[in-house]
Design a binder for this molecule. Structure first.
Ligand code: HXC
Length: 530
């Protein structure tokens, strides 16, 4: 090689013009096929998408990716079904556009189902295209984002289509914990088809035009005699605020895709630590935040919004909230300290006094596990009066669900920094990333109350109404327990800190914790309570 210099090719374009290499006739056919692929189900059907307020599959990808970076794969791949006149219904690409491109300069794989082609229905071929990009994304370590708009299994393909779905499910599971997987539901998603998004890390929906259900309104009517609309059964509002299936919803396709670009900016490309993103810092790590102390009322029974506290502390007040409409007694979201992504979790006294309940436990547990799988440090703000009492909670299995959050925090080996802003009572004190669950750095603000329960309840149980003087007893208990001194004396909090120093301290801790290592005992996997 060293002695033979590469030949100089003067006219690069001569290659494709050479009829012996690429026959002109074939070139025309190829171009025609490409044109057909770009048109999907045709202009009329694209107009129908627009009339619904939706974009076409390709328009969506254009918005998702940085300009001109999308590289399509399998544009010409076609189905091989001969049933029900399907030979006459061949569309190059087979109802799904797949490939990769850049989002804010970083590689991301994506598929976009094309509703204009046979309702975006999933054939064996369509599934193979999905699996191919998932496999590629896993190999190179890049996220996969799926834009779902499909009538489900392609009826003409029968079991081939069902098999295709199962192949996709398996690929989802194989990729779980290796690369971030995000689903955006932008049209119908029904039947077994819902289970591919359900196995991804995040599901987002578009208001009014998307829906998800296992069985549609007609089947519901036949089986249970309930009358319910598509929207009330599986529209975005149901899934972001009732079922907890979806992690957020957006007004339209454009807003959803813009939000995905913002979310991807916070996420690593894979579970390889080196892919954690670092944004250029514009907010100094040693910024004092005197205003946070004023946000927390002195009266322990007065509510405040933990989101205000979080916004003051993180870089530029920028938080991408996950599940903002579900279990609002706990806040979860991505933010940054000195340009490095963290997962923020905070009890929110504004709803249910910040109690932990079934939904809050599930919401936060899944978020903690995502962060842990992808090396994202956890910063927890605690103001929790305990678990929510009541038969509804007990019958619903709060023991099992609360255990998920406890388990998730205990298992997480990423850097864990915890700040108790006010109450940390009972079992919830232990659960919320306490020192005992191997949190790395724990702090309390001076007004924190760390105890088994509030003063009134405690005095009642301690003295059963036979105390000397209830007010005196409460004062004594408050003096002894309703402050962070004992926890600090035990080393359960590393320090009692001035609230205005909180950002500075968190930034310092996260810096030293970047090299944290936790030895692991080999095991197949743990058995988190489900
Ligand atoms: C083949 C389909 C299709 C499907 C829609 N189309 N769904 N073709 N297989 N599953 C076609 C239609 O025939 C139509 O073709 C075009 O897509 C647009 O559909 P319309 O019905 O005109 O659109 P719209 O009125 O908006 O209704 C959308 C819809 C409806 C609600 C999704 O099409 C529908 O109910 N489809 C069937 C849904 C279904 O039962 N899927 C199977 C689910 S079970 P033309 O040529 O007229 O444009 C499942 C199992 C997965 O998915 C199992 C995994 C384990």
């Amino acid at each position: 090689f060293a002695s033979s210099p590469a030949p100089i090719i003067e006219d690069d374009s001569s290659f494709s013009k050479d009829p012996s290499v690429l026959k002109l006739k074939f070139k025309e056919r190829l171009e025609q096929e490409r044109q057909n692929a770009l048109l999907g189900g045709g202009l009329k059907r694209i107009e129908r998408q627009h009339a619904k307020g939706s974009l076409s599959a390709r328009e969506r990808l254009e918005l998702l990716f940085d300009d001109g970076t999308f590289h399509e794969l399998d544009q010409l791949k076609a189905h091989r079904c001969h049933e029900f006149g399907m030979e006459q219904q061949k569309y190059p690409g087979d109802g799904i556009v797949t490939g990769y491109g850049k989002v804010n300069g970083r590689f991301v794989y994506a598929f976009s189902q094309d509703f204009t082609v046979l309702g975006g229905s999933l054939s064996a071929t369509h599934a193979q295209k999905m699996v191919k990009i998932m496999e590629m994304a896993k190999r190179v370590g890049a996220p996969v984002i799926g834009l779902n708009d499909s009538g489900g299994a392609r009826i003409q393909e029968g079991v081939d289509s069902l098999g295709g779905y199962a192949d996709v499910f398996q690929a989802n599971v194989d990729a779980s914990g290796v690369i971030p997987q995000i689903s955006v539901i932008m049209g119908p998603c029904a039947g077994g088809a819902v289970y591919s998004p359900a196995m991804t890390d995040f599901i987002f929906m578009v208001e009014s035009t998307s829906y998800m259900f296992v069985t549609g309104p007609e089947v519901v009517k036949t089986v249970t005699n309930e009358d319910v609309t598509k929207e009330d059964l599986g529209g975005s509002k149901v899934h972001v605020s009732k079922s907890g299936v979806a992690h957020g919803d957006f007004e339209n396709d454009v807003a959803a895709l813009r939000a995905m670009r913002r979310l991807l900016d916070f996420l690593p490309s894979s579970n390889d630590k080196s892919t954690l993103p670092v944004k250029e810092v514009t907010d100094p790590g040693d910024r004092l935040v005197p205003q946070v102390a004023r946000l927390v009322p002195d009266d322990p029974n007065t509510a405040y919004d933990m989101k205000d506290v979080i916004r003051q502390l993180v870089d530029n007040g920028d938080v991408f909230e996950i599940m903002p409409d579900m279990a609002q007694n706990i806040v979860t979201g991505f933010a940054r300290f000195e340009g490095h992504t963290v997962g923020v979790i905070g009890n929110n006294p504004l709803t249910l006094a910040g109690c932990l309940d079934i939904n809050a436990s599930n919401k936060a547990a899944r978020f903690v596990r995502f962060c842990d799988a992808f090396n994202i440090p956890l910063v927890t703000f605690v103001d929790v009066p305990g678990f929510l009492p009541g038969t509804e909670q007990e019958f619903g299995g709060i023991i099992r669900h609360g255990a998920k959050l406890l388990f998730a925090y205990a298992e997480a080996s990423v850097p864990k920094v915890t700040v108790i802003t006010r109450k940390a009572y009972g079992g919830a004190y232990d659960v919320m990333a306490s020192k005992h669950l191997r949190a790395d750095c724990n702090y309390a603000w001076p007004g924190a109350e760390i105890a088994v329960m509030g003063a009134k309840g405690a005095v009642n149980i301690l003295y059963g109404g036979k105390g000397r003087n209830v007010d005196e007893d409460i004062a004594e208990y408050t003096d002894r327990f309703a402050n962070p001194m004992v926890a600090a004396q035990r080393g359960f909090v590393d320090d009692i800190i001035d609230p205005q120093d909180t950002r500075k301290i968190i930034c310092n801790d996260l810096k030293i914790l970047r090299t944290k290592k936790m030895p692991e005992i080999p095991k197949k996997h743990s058995n988190i309570p489900l």
